[in-house]
Ligand binder design. Structure first.
Ligand SMILES: Cc1cc2nc3c(=O)[nH]c(=O)nc-3n(C[C@H](O)[C@H](O)[C@H](O)COP(=O)(O)OP(=O)(O)OC[C@H]3O[C@@H](n4cnc5c(N)ncnc54)[C@H](O)[C@@H]3O)c2cc1C
Length: 460
């Protein structure tokens, strides 16, 4: 199929009907427009980047992609860890410009475009004393994080992002514009709450808002040991839902605030958020401070949006793996500490997302994210610290080896933290029952697997 400009054919129709920007190789903006958050994928060269201005553009682009035989990579914020929102010879359907936000403070709901970044949404909602739970990073777009589940600072108080999703507007593989909610297309609504971008291109989301006031946030640094990790996790699970812990094991960097004798040793950085009245929060975290010796403690009162500072602009090549940990004991910690201590040069982290609370009170089969009963998600990160991707095979091999060794203690992964981990990894990330149901919904909404540049669910 020709992609030449002018004349007749799909490209001519696209150029006539698409209101947004079409960026082809060779145009001045192309080199910047093809890049995503992760520098690992800087070598990828799409055939076209189509920047949509609304749902009508999304319809036109999907029809063009199908007619021209171009794989379609949907991009909201470009933070796919697997690099799915770019690719060689693909059409990037870029909906980052669909970033509008309407807040209804009375009804406690917001309607937004998928391209709005979590940080900007959070700042706007905070002006009304409200928040929707997203992740720990302000530049991730609401589109991508919502479709995979959404595990963040408010996961124990308000649940996953999908637990606040009230409705989604989508364009299907056939170019039809539909709404999915509890009453309309309920199976699709079930599937998009964890099933990723497999079922259509999302053009708007309606999300619930929850009250939020001043929060306590920061990090308490201890030396890593089996005793300190087990105690921290015990406190994190027993705490009120307002407390979410994100403790991480990594080598202590040369921080001025920490005595030099600890630099390079394994530290336990207990990143935390308390979203409730401050006196109760100070009581809830007192146990963490008493584990001691505390090497660093910058927990302070903040406004919630302060957790999402503007991006630094530094890009790096990195990868991640994850695993829900079912058995957490000294043997698990031995693996974690040894792997982090022997990681290749760069930044190596093992972060425990302490789950439970509101997220765990939703039945496992209520959404396609079906790991409500898991209490710890381990996120393994390997970051080169630079935009040079040449060492990525070594970094990825370490992360895979680490994940494989931990399979003795856990199972299943979180799709939003997955890299490109091979065809068997995606079914395993859902489990047999959810997987079969997802494949059936996929068969009904995208039987030709038009949306396959994602953690792909093959149609039944
Ligand atoms: C630095 C960083 C920190 C993160 N922290 C967290 C965290 O704390 N908690 C958490 O849960 N996740 C976290 N993530 C993972 C993140 O949620 C996923 O990578 C998410 O998919 C990114 O969304 P995006 O829209 O920015 O990325 P994109 O690359 O644009 O999208 C990712 C994928 O989502 C699908 N998609 C995106 N938009 C649409 C749409 N409009 N319609 C249909 N499909 C779409 C596509 O398949 C696409 O390939 C983090 C990622 C990064 C890079």
């Amino acid at each position: 199929m020709t992609l030449r400009s002018g004349g007749s054919g799909p490209r001519r129709e696209l150029e006539r009907s698409f209101r947004g920007r079409l960026i082809w190789p060779g145009q001045p903006e192309y080199e910047a427009a093809r890049l995503v958050e992760n520098a690992t994928f800087d070598g990828r060269r799409p055939a076209l980047i189509a920047r949509a201005t609304g749902a009508d553009d999304v319809v036109v682009a999907i029809r063009f992609g199908r007619a021209a035989g171009l794989p379609i990579a949907v991009r909201s914020g470009g933070h796919s860890i697997a690099g799915h929102s770019t690719g060689d010879g693909v059409m990037v359907l870029d909906v980052s410009g669909l970033d509008g936000l309407e807040i209804d403070a009375v009804e406690r709901r917001a309607r937004c475009g998928p391209g709005i970044q979590a940080g900007r949404y959070t700042t706007a909602a905070d002006a009304h004393g409200m928040a929707t739970p997203f992740g720990d990073h302000g530049t991730v777009a609401v589109g991508g994080i919502t479709l995979g589940g959404g595990i963040g600072w408010l996961v124990r108080r308000d649940g996953l992002t999908i637990d606040s999703l009230l409705a989604a507007e989508l364009v299907t593989a056939d170019g039809e514009q539909i709404v999915a909610n509890e009453n309309e297309h309920p199976d699709l609504f079930w599937a998009i709450r964890g099933g990723g971008g497999n079922f259509g291109a999302v053009t708007a989301l309606t999300l619930a808002l929850h009250p939020i006031d001043t929060v306590l946030h920061g990090s308490i640094l201890l030396r890593s040991s089996a005793e300190s990790i087990l105690r921290v996790l015990e406190i994190g699970h027993a705490a009120p839902d307002e407390l979410t812990l994100m403790p991480g094991v990594m080598a202590i960097p040369p921080m001025d605030e920490v005595p030099a004798e600890h630099h390079g040793q394994l530290g336990l950085f207990i990143d935390l958020l308390w979203a409730g009245p401050t006196p109760a929060g100070l009581a809830a975290i007192a146990g963490l401070r008493s584990i001691g010796p505390v090497l660093y403690d910058n927990v302070a009162e903040k406004r919630y949006p302060d957790l999402f500072p503007p991006p630094s602009g530094n890009r790096s090549a990195w990868t991640s793996r994850s695993l829900f940990i079912d058995r957490f004991d000294e043997a698990t910690i031995e693996v974690i500490e040894r792997q982090v201590a022997t990681a290749p040069p760069g930044d190596a982290l093992a972060i425990f997302r302490v789950l439970g609370g509101a997220a765990s009170r939703v039945p496992n089969d209520a959404t396609a994210y079906s790991w409500r009963d898991k209490s710890i998600l381990l996120w393994i990160i390997s970051d080169t610290g630079s935009d040079d991707a040449t060492r990525m095979p070594e970094m990825a091999a370490w992360a895979t080896g680490f994940q494989d060794e931990l399979r003795a203690f856990g199972s299943a992964t979180y799709v939003n933290f997955m890299a490109d981990e091979g065809p068997a990894a995606v079914p395993a990330a859902y489990g047999a029952v959810t997987w079969a149901r997802l494949r059936e919904v996929k068969r009904r909404y995208d039987p030709d697997n038009v949306f396959h540049l994602n953690q792909n669910i093959a149609p039944a």
